[in-house]
Design a protein around this ligand. Structure first.
Ligand SMILES: [Zn+2]
Length: 205
């Protein structure tokens, strides 16, 4: 897939929203490009006034944030469309709309949003208004007990696939058991969740 400015801005938003930080290396991994390519593109975005690069720390400028917010919003609307109407599997929705969202932008995107019934969240529970913040706890920090799945930030395909295998979709209940490794279970089964991705699953009481 040929990457463009939109793809970079979307991924930067996802990282900052999910983990409050992003590095060149992480960006390169996520977009499956080499670190030098990521570095080059970040310099370009910085020259265009869309991001600030303060040493290794990357943040949006006001202009970059506005552009990214609109892209993320359209991405999530396109995900609802892909999941509800194209029957694309839950775990594949994110990747599948990387192309679609460019088609559904601007006025057409707004028409789609209206005709989808103004959804509040994407199929993974992430808010269509990207500025919305939830009262939630990452699995990594959750104590033992019963929770409701709030959302899956970052939408890592492997994690989504695992969660789908026990139907742990937003709005469903699960139990958390902490040990050497964190386990979650519901009536469909049990999953061991690796530490590295336990920050991405967000729960509420
Ligand atoms: Zn999503």
């Amino acid at each position: 897939m040929r990457l463009n400015r939109e793809d970079y801005l979307l991924v930067i938003w996802e990282y900052l929203e999910s983990f409050d930080r992003i590095s060149e290396k992480e960006l390169a991994n996520r977009l499956r490009i080499s670190p030098p390519t990521a570095y080059e593109y970040l310099t370009k975005l910085s020259d265009e006034g869309l991001i600030n690069k303060d040493g290794k720390k990357i943040s949006f400028t006001a202009a970059g944030r506005n552009m990214a917010r609109e892209l993320v919003r359209m991405h999530r609307i396109a995900e609802v469309f892909a999941y509800n109407f194209l029957e694309i599997p839950w775990e594949e929705t994110h990747a599948s709309v990387m192309e679609l969202e460019h088609i559904f932008s601007g006025d057409r995107g707004e028409v789609l949003f209206k005709n989808l019934g103004r959804p509040e969240a994407c199929p993974h529970g992430n808010p269509v208004d990207p500025e919305v913040r939830f009262k939630e706890v990452p699995l990594m920090l959750a104590e033992d007990g019963k929770y409701t799945v709030k959302r899956v930030v970052f939408e890592d395909e492997e994690l989504l696939k695992e969660l789908a295998s026990i139907s742990a979709f937003p709005g469903t209940s699960l139990n958390v058991h902490r040990g050497d490794i964190i386990e979650i279970d519901n009536e469909h089964g049990t999953l061991k969740v690796p530490h590295a991705v336990s920050m991405s699953l967000r729960l509420s009481k």
